[in-house]
Design a protein around this ligand. Structure first.
Ligand code: GLN
Length: 472
């Protein structure tokens, strides 16, 4: 019997209209995705666990395993949370359920979302659907790979310094890191609270805008959320007339950017001009120089504080011992992998008396400068454009022995995260047969402008999101 739908191509919007017209039932649709998971997830390992119980009657969805789901184990990719079953839903899980979406499962992530390749997951890496010998990016490699492989029409990820944008770029789909404060973090396993944001991943900009409209908005349980000044709009139209884009002049000199990535990026800029956009230059002199060191002080400092709650008493794993102190020590030693341990040490050091002013306070000052420099660069501009990732997907194992090389993957995504600004990554072509991402950085709460530019470019680019090896 022919499958009811082709999950490799079906968008969430199409799935929703099939359901509306009753051409497919909610159960048939869910079964089609579970069949795809059964066929391809053995190779890819996008899911840490799947859920197959009738939930809502809407479009299925995959959710990154840092997001708490009531009654469904949530581990954040860490052994220390193995066996932890939340007794409540995160705000975003509540919202997607209220919208009728059916949970397909929880997707793989670097442990506590710390990483850029999903290789730091305590439960084994995810593979890139375009080339399984390569990484899907990270930390949200599970969600991004699942969407590209047709294992879910869309999904939710979390982005602290690039974990939605970078895996979307490496897997050839669309990912949005929303403005800080537009989506509730209630019930999300905290990594670095002043940076973490939840956002959508999908095959099209319209799907991303739709899922964003479902999860965004103020939540009294997360005091950093705000009322959205504009209602999220589903983008239409294919013209960029009147839109102003700016390319940071530093991007031209960054040696880390691969020539193939650069040429796909430049091709997309040319297309933007043809669609009527004005493309100018902007200046972000501090961002690419100090963004990374600033992030690797602020994020580990916050992580060291957030991760202090894993003590073997309240959640997940507990290693038995003769005394309380020994139990906590052993649980942490057994439960945390090398990357969280490294971050806890870096963060504790940066926050310790005597070093606090030299490191943490200094990093906060730099962060303020980056906020200002982005604000200036965005004056009279709708979006800043850069490649999302300096390279295409790299082979598994390539950077695992060199943490600094892994950290460098987020060179282009980190500065705007520190500035709290929204970023949309769309696929803009191939290099070496692998997807290249284009990053659009908007003003605070400027998501609608990003959707508009992203959608028009997406139409003109005509990128095929189905990995080459599965095209028929
Ligand atoms: N790769 C970056 C890190 O390891 C960003 C991760 C993220 O956004 N969660 O911290």
């Amino acid at each position: 019997m022919a499958p009811v739908v082709d999950t490799l191509r079906l968008t969430a919007e199409e799935a929703s209209s099939l359901l509306e017209r009753r051409e497919v039932s909610p159960a048939e649709l869910r079964a089609a995705y579970h069949d795809a998971i059964a066929a391809r997830d053995g190779e890819l390992h996008c899911f840490l666990r799947t859920v197959d119980e009738p939930g809502g009657d809407g479009v299925p969805i995959a959710i990154k395993d840092v997001i708490s789901t009531k009654g469904v184990e949530t581990t954040a990719g860490s052994r220390i949370l193995a066996g932890y079953v939340p007794v409540f839903d995160s705000a975003v899980a509540e919202k997607v359920k209220a919208a009728g979406l059916q949970l397909l499962g929880k997707t793989n992530t670097d442990e506590f979302a710390m990483g850029s390749s999903t290789e730091n997951s305590a439960f084994g890496p995810t593979r890139n659907p375009w080339d399984p010998s390569r990484v899907p990016g990270g930390s949200g490699g599970g969600t991004a790979a699942a969407v590209s492989a047709g294992l879910a029409p869309w999904g939710l990820g979390s982005d602290t310094g690039g974990s939605i944008k970078q895996p979307s770029a490496l897997c050839g789909n669309v990912g949005l890191r929303p403005t800080y404060g537009s989506v509730s973090r209630y019930g999300v396993v905290a990594f670095a609270s002043s940076l973490d944001q939840i956002g959508p991943v999908a095959k099209t900009v319209r799907d991303v805008a739709l899922l964003y409209s479902i999860v965004a908005g103020r939540d009294p349980r997360d005091s950093t959320t705000a009322e959205l000044p504009e209602t999220p709009q589903l983008p239409e139209g294919d013209s960029l007339a009147g839109m102003r884009l700016a390319v940071p002049k530093q991007v031209g000199a960054l040696e880390a950017i691969d020539p193939g990535v650069r040429s796909a990026f430049e091709g997309a800029l040319e297309l933007a001009r043809e669609l009527g956009a004005e493309v100018r230059e902007c200046d972000l002199p501090l961002s690419y120089r100090y963004g990374m060191p600033c992030y690797y002080l602020v994020a580990p400092a916050e992580a060291s504080s957030n991760l202090a709650r894993y003590d073997g008493v309240r959640y997940g794993l507990r290693t038995s011992a003769r005394s309380y102190d020994e139990m906590v020590e052993r649980t942490r030693d057994d439960g945390f992998g090398p990357e969280p341990k490294r971050r806890i040490m870096l963060g504790t050091y940066a926050l310790s008396a005597g070093y606090y002013d030299a490191y943490y306070v200094q990093a906060q000052k730099v962060r303020t400068l980056l906020i200002r420099e982005h604000r200036e660069a965005l004056e009279g501009v709708d979006a800043i454009v850069t490649p999302t990732s300096p390279t295409v997907a790299f082979p598994l194992g390539d950077k695992t022995a060199d943490p600094l090389a892994m950290y460098a993957c987020d060179l282009l995504t980190i500065p705007s995260c520190l500035a709290g600004l929204p970023g949309l990554s769309i696929p803009c072509g191939l290099s070496e047969g692998l997807p290249v991402g284009l990053q659009l950085i908007g003003r605070q709460f400027g998501e609608n402008a990003l959707f508009h530019v992203g959608h028009a470019l997406e139409q003109a680019l005509g990128f095929d999101t189905v990995p080459t090896r599965w095209r028929t």
